[in-house]
Design a binder for this molecule. Structure first.
Ligand code: FES
Length: 119
């Protein structure tokens, strides 16, 4: 069972109140970064859909979470898991699973390769 398997099923973002998304560009497209890997388009999709779909959850743009090679990087806060590689076309799925509190599905779809996932 993963770290996400808990009782965070209140329908308001899996129990987390912030979705932190790295939108950093490192030296334009020269160095790997979330911005160069789709974060800009992902941010736009989240800004469009989150206010209605997840009104209790705030989108927060941040500049580098130290995972530049495997972004876009999302961290659920406070103290939640990282989600790696979410793209704009995944936003409906992301929102659906957050609303359902199904963090295991999110960790399976967007695993954190820096951390061994159980199961
Ligand atoms: S550029 Fe996003 S984690 Fe570093």
């Amino acid at each position: 069972m993963s770290e996400a398997a808990n009782d965070r099923t209140d329908g308001s973002g899996g129990g987390y109140d912030r979705l932190r998304l790295c939108v950093n560009f490192r030296a334009g497209d020269i160095l790997p970064s979330c911005g160069a890997r789709g974060a800009k388009e992902l941010a736009a999709a989240l800004q469009e859909k989150m206010p209605d779909a997840l009104p209790e959850m705030r989108l927060e743009s941040v500049h580098c979470l130290g995972r530049c090679h495997i972004g876009p990087t999302i961290r659920l806060s406070p103290s939640g898991p990282f989600l790696q590689g979410v793209q704009a076309e995944d936003v409906d799925f992301l929102i659906e699973k957050l609303k359902a509190g199904d963090l295991d599905a999110l960790l399976e779809a967007f695993p954190d390769p820096t951390k061994e996932q159980a199961g």
